[in-house]
Design a protein around this ligand. Structure first.
Ligand code: HEC
Ligand code: HEC
Ligand code: HEC
Ligand code: HEC
Length: 501
């Protein structure tokens, strides 16, 4: 009673207490916020423990300063995830689909082709594939040095030491002792600032030839362009004795623009062993195809789906385990989409199923066309009679390969890939109509008999490959030359001291 009376009688005291409380709360709030801010600063301040030199290729040295990114990056060693069509397991694609042996007859890919796996394996897989052959010294083997370009952070180092053209000169084995660290930090980061950087001159040059300056790219664009150093279409342009890595983008990077570029240059990767068509091998136009899709058009970058943010002990960092986003839908798709995991998975599989159904159809048609063309040659067809047919085969298979090798393309841009495949089917059918007419002129009007290519071994035997000999030579190379390369590399790297800071 007393106090109530007091309060009622003393409004000034009440107001004073009220204001003092507000001021006190405000000051407490300020102190608290400055404490958390300092804590955050302490967390995010970059405290290097070793000095990272320019061109440092050893990912372990970078790992001293950035253990989370390093450890997640090295988790690309994990080979346990499989989705419906992809994943990070090692799969022998020629065994799965022996028709590929026929499509690539006369070319390295008919010897050996595995599904791509984590960046961790880039150097190892390049040494192991039968495509790089079995060199016995610096100057033997089928492939040029250029085949190392997208495998290792040793590449920018060697290019800097000897020059870019020099890098692209000579046989693959010449650089075996130099290129030993798998794809890593310096491929994408400037060691001074840790900003994303373009370490490969080829991409910078392709931009320049289109009149574009890559240094003007936005931060978000860089989160895709670092991948576009390697996940793109390219060829080896013969330039004064070098096999200069070049992106065929001068007319644009649609399937037609690149085809026109190659046709004008009369470029071919190889002559097909059965049909004798002047063939193109699409490498992996992943970036080009992605750029035609809805996600790219809405400003989503490769890193948004393949390198999501991750939280650990209250700290947010970029997950460097670059892999299929389907292994981590919660941190990739669901950052932007509210649908369930199953729904999103179904969205991906529906698109892939629809594309792959037609891609398989195109593949069957091209296999037939190669075998029918060989049959026509045997019946005495002339170069003149075959010329147009072979161009249709070249263009059909370029489209099939553009679709098949644009890894992830059937999800990245299903409408564009669907279009590319249907234009391929038209060209394959065109070649077969012309072939039927030609065979009839040559006095043959029945179905051309097809060989048994139901397994990889049967298909390889049909095109005249001796797989056993290739494997034995490879074993020998891995037992003799490779240990020498590793020993030399170790000696070199032991000579680079690590400076503590
Ligand atoms: C294929 C390219 C690529 C490679 C290889 C790579 N990074 Fe990154 N890194 C990125 C991208 C993309 C980001 C996100 C950049 C951004 O948005 O700020 C990133 C971010 C970072 C950051 C900033 C903090 C964070 O986690 O977001 C650090 C530190 C880092 N990377 C360290 C490394 C280290 C160490 C290695 C080698 C073990 C490495 N990176 C290899 C592409 C790469
Ligand atoms: C220096 C070249 C290079 C760069 C840069 C690069 N990649 Fe790769 N990537 C490769 C190679 C080579 C392989 C295949 C490795 C193997 O199979 O041994 C590969 C494989 C992959 C795979 C398959 C992995 C799996 O587990 O199935 C994905 C996904 C991938 N890269 C995405 C990216 C993304 C996204 C970026 C950019 C953030 C990127 N890559 C940057 C060269 C590169
Ligand atoms: C950074 C944000 C972001 C991420 C991550 C993302 N998306 Fe999207 N997605 C979008 C946007 C934006 C659109 C365009 C929709 C629009 O503008 O209405 C889109 C469109 C789509 C569509 C419709 C496209 C079509 O073909 O019609 C599908 C399906 C889809 N996303 C699935 C996925 C899946 C699956 C993942 C994970 C692998 C994913 N998205 C990751 C932002 C994102
Ligand atoms: C919207 C999400 C999204 C974006 C953005 C995206 N991808 Fe993908 N990517 C996927 C999905 C989903 C798959 C299919 C994975 C599967 O089938 O397991 C895939 C597959 C791949 C594969 C084949 C993976 C494998 O396991 O063999 C590669 C390589 C790849 N993407 C590279 C890239 C590159 C390079 C970019 C940028 C130019 C990019 N992706 C942008 C979602 C995305």
């Amino acid at each position: 009673m007393e106090s109530q009376n007091n309060k009622k009688k003393n409004p000034i005291l009440n107001w004073t207490l009220f204001i003092i409380t507000i001021v006190a709360v405000f000051i407490l709030g300020l102190i608290a916020s400055s404490i958390t801010k300092r804590k955050a600063e302490a967390n995010f301040a970059y405290k290097p423990s070793v000095k990272i030199n320019e061109y440092e290729p050893r990912n372990e040295v970078w790992g001293e300063n950035f253990p989370r990114e390093f450890q997640s990056y090295y988790a690309t060693e994990d080979g346990s995830f499989s989705s419906k069509y992809n994943g990070n397991a090692m799969i022998d694609m020629l065994e799965v689909d022996p028709r590929l042996v026929i499509l690539w007859a006369g070319y390295g890919f008919s010897k050996d082709y595995n599904q791509g796996r984590g960046h961790f394996y880039a150097v190892e897989d390049n040494r192991n594939t039968l495509r790089t052959g079995a060199p016995i010294d610096d100057n033997t083997g089928p492939m040029p040095t250029t085949c190392w370009t997208c495998k290792s952070p040793d590449v920018p180092r060697v290019m800097n030491e000897g020059g870019v053209k020099e890098f692209f000169t000579g046989k693959w084995a010449r650089l075996g002792k130099e290129i030993v660290n798998p794809i890593g930090c310096t491929d994408c980061h400037d060691p001074e600032t840790m900003n994303l950087q373009i370490s490969r001159p080829t991409l910078i040059e392709a931009f320049e030839r289109q009149g574009k300056d890559i240094t003007k790219a936005s931060y978000q664009e860089m989160r895709s362009l670092v991948c576009a150093q390697c996940h793109v279409e390219y060829y080896f342009k013969k330039t004064d004795g070098a096999a200069y890595l070049t992106f065929p983008w001068d007319k644009g990077y649609s399937v037609e623009a690149m085809e026109e570029y190659y046709d004008e240059a009369e470029f071919k990767d190889w002559t097909h062993a059965l049909s004798k068509a002047p063939m193109l091998k699409a490498q992996h136009p992943g970036y080009e195809v992605f750029m035609t899709g809805i996600h790219a058009q809405r400003g989503v970058s490769c890193a948004d789906c393949h390198m999501p943010y991750k939280s650990e002990g209250g700290q947010k960092y970029t997950d460097h385990k670059i892999q299929s986003p389907l292994n981590n839908i919660a941190n990739t798709c669901q950052v932007c989409h509210r649908e369930s995991e199953n729904e999103l998975l179904k969205n991906v599989y529906d698109r892939q199923d629809a594309i792959i159904e037609n891609r398989d159809e195109l593949e069957r048609l091209i296999v037939k066309a190669h075998i029918e063309a060989k049959f026509a040659w045997n019946k005495g067809a002339t170069n003149e009679q075959m010329k147009e047919i072979l161009m249709f085969i070249r263009h059909a298979q370029w489209r099939w390969d553009y679709a098949a090798a644009s890894h992830g393309g059937s999800f990245h841009s299903p409408v564009e890939i669907g279009r590319v495949i249907s234009t391929g089917i038209t060209r394959a059918q065109e070649s077969r109509i012309l072939l039927a007419r030609l065979l009839s002129d040559l006095g043959y009007n029945k179905e051309v008999p097809m060989p048994d290519i139901s397994t990889k071994a049967k298909a390889q035997e049909y095109i005249g490959l001796n797989a056993e000999k290739m494997k034995a030579d490879k074993e020998n190379f891995l037992k003799t030359l490779v240990p020498e390369w590793d020993a030399e590399a170790k000696k070199r790297e032991d000579g680079w001291p690590i400076e503590k800071m």
